[in-house]
Ligand binder design. Sequence first.
Ligand SMILES: [Cu+2]
Length: 160
Amino acid sequence: MTTCTDPDPKSRAGAVGSPRQDPLARRHGRGKIPDADRFPPMRTWKVVVLVDLALLLGVGFGYVWWGREAARLSAELVEARTRPAVTEWTARGVVRAVLPEMNVVVLTHEDITGFMPGMTMGFRAASPAVYRGVEVGDEVRFTLKGAGANVVITGMRKLQ
Ligand SMILES: [Cu+2]
């Protein structure tokens, strides 16, 4: 007899299994109001899910795009760091040989500050025009241009 008159609400909640006391069942009852019929809860859920999906896709694609962009930028940065800068030097030298078939001029050149000490060596010419009119034994002033060891003579002028 005590169980039927138990005033404790917690023990009543234990009877939630019955459909009359289920809060969801009560909600369904409210769904029968005409206004709620015009905008069924399912449609709102569909919209929310679709918007969420669209946002997720948008953010996902943006993330992938940004990831690729970041990778490309860092690769470019590494390349720019390792690639030697294009530099130009001017020095004096004496022509030892002109090899048009190789497009090379052999010069004994003075110290080229910041590049190499004085020596005799061959340089590639940017074009045959560079050594046109230049003969073995001529003292010349020449301009080198390039990056690292990859340099060419871009100009050569006979002195005196
Ligand atoms: Cu040299």
